[in-house]
Design a protein around this ligand. Structure first.
Ligand SMILES: Cc1cc2nc3c(=O)[nH]c(=O)nc-3n(C[C@H](O)[C@H](O)[C@H](O)COP(=O)(O)OP(=O)(O)OC[C@H]3O[C@@H](n4cnc5c(N)ncnc54)[C@H](O)[C@@H]3O)c2cc1C
Ligand code: SF4
Length: 327
């Protein structure tokens, strides 16, 4: 594969970047670790690459006056993984960022790029003109679907959402700040991602001339217990085969609030709302954990080759809930 020809622009302001993105087919370039691979492999094309890497104001982690954090979208994954404030108050996010890819990619890759990266389905990344590329069939449905989803396909497209950090950010109820030609917008991260039966060619609600500028993390209660656990096929760098982000708050010994979110399970970070309801109001004992895990996987719809994901998710969910019960 060879890199196609495109013009490269490095604007000095957010407004300038948005103006350049408003011309047909322009693409945002942050760290480039995903974008350049997609262009080289002809997953999609472009005539113009707009690098936002010069917008220094997007590269920082700051405390909010309410006690939360604002993370600029150009902050690297390694900066997030190593930040003391993130480690102390959002340990699941620090862990998720530390488990992305390899050290080199974490130094170059940004959180904005991580949240907006393209899916990893091997047909999509290969030469197959599937539904997601505007074609008329899904090759994974009856093909090599061992790494595909068990929830949320809508019987349309079976990708798994690739970002580890998005899963943790849904558990922490993050909000995204998005800049566009009409100004700034705030959006809860759960509304950012698009399911295949809503639009199979889009992964997020971002328009081509919009830029994700910031991730806002609300303050967390001191006694919140949270974590991120990821299982991959290989010990070295790899995407999540199965993962789970948990955020639980207890009142005395009963769960008062619960967020359970899966990675490697669905085309978007997959929130387990029914399982959360099983937890709320109950002690985290063996019976509650069993009922939570049953509720979590009850509606899974495995394909021919990915049925192994059900016991895998059951196992990691149970282990993580037991670890939280002991902490
Ligand atoms: C070998 C390899 C292994 C990987 N393993 C993992 C893994 O285990 N877990 C995981 O989560 N990820 C993994 N990744 C993905 C990696 O985390 C992303 O490539 C990286 O985070 C993207 O960041 P970037 O700044 O390089 O984005 P870019 O490549 O610059 O951009 C990625 C996409 O997001 C868009 N974009 C970027 N920033 C913005 C913005 N601010 N606003 C709007 N659109 C934007 C771009 O247009 C592009 O489509 C892996 C990648 C590789 C190459
Ligand atoms: S799962 Fe989605 S991306 Fe993969 S081949 Fe099917 S339609 Fe294409």
């Amino acid at each position: 594969m060879t890199m196609p020809t495109f013009s490269y622009i490095r604007p000095r302001s957010l407004n300038e970047a948005i103006q350049h993105l408003s011309s047909d087919g322009a693409r945002v370039h942050a760290g480039g670790t995903d974008l350049l691979g997609c262009l080289r492999d002809n997953v999609f094309g472009t005539k113009k690459v707009v690098s936002i890497s010069g917008l220094k104001e997007l590269r920082s982690i700051r405390e909010t006056k309410e006690g939360g954090l604002r993370i600029g979208s150009l902050t690297t994954l390694s900066a997030i993984a190593n930040d003391r404030r993130v480690k102390d108050h959002y340990p699941g996010l620090a862990k998720a960022a530390s488990e992305v890819a390899s050290p080199q990619l974490r130094h170059q890759g940004t959180i904005g790029g991580n949240l907006c990266q393209k899916p990893r389905c091997w047909y999509y990344r290969g030469e197959f003109h599937c539904l997601r590329k505007g074609g008329n069939t899904c090759y994974a449905h009856r093909g090599e679907n061992q790494f595909h989803c068990i929830f949320g396909s809508g019987h349309v497209c079976y990708i798994t959402h690739p970002s580890d950090t998005a899963t943790a950010l849904v558990a922490y109820e993050a909000t995204l700040r998005i800049a566009g030609p009409k100004g700034m917008n705030l959006l809860p991260i759960e509304k950012f991602y698009v399911l295949p039966d809503q639009d199979v060619e889009k992964e997020t609600v971002l328009k081509p001339n919009e830029i994700l500028t910031e991730i806002l993390l609300p303050p967390q209660p001191k006694d919140l217990r949270s974590s991120y656990r990821k299982v991959r096929a290989r010990q070295s760098w790899d995407f999540a085969l199965a993962g789970v982000a948990l955020a639980l708050k207890f009142k005395e010994d009963r769960a008062e609030k619960a967020r359970l979110v899966l990675s490697g399970a669905a085309p978007i970070p997959w929130r387990l709302k029914e399982a959360e309801q099983v937890l709320i109001g109950n002690r985290l004992d063996t019976d509650t954990i069993k009922r939570t895990v049953d509720a979590a996987l009850k509606k899974a719809q495995p394909l021919e080759k990915n049925g192994y994901k059900i016991p895998l998710f059951r196992g990691i969910l149970e282990e993580e809930l037991r670890a939280i019960a002991k902490s």
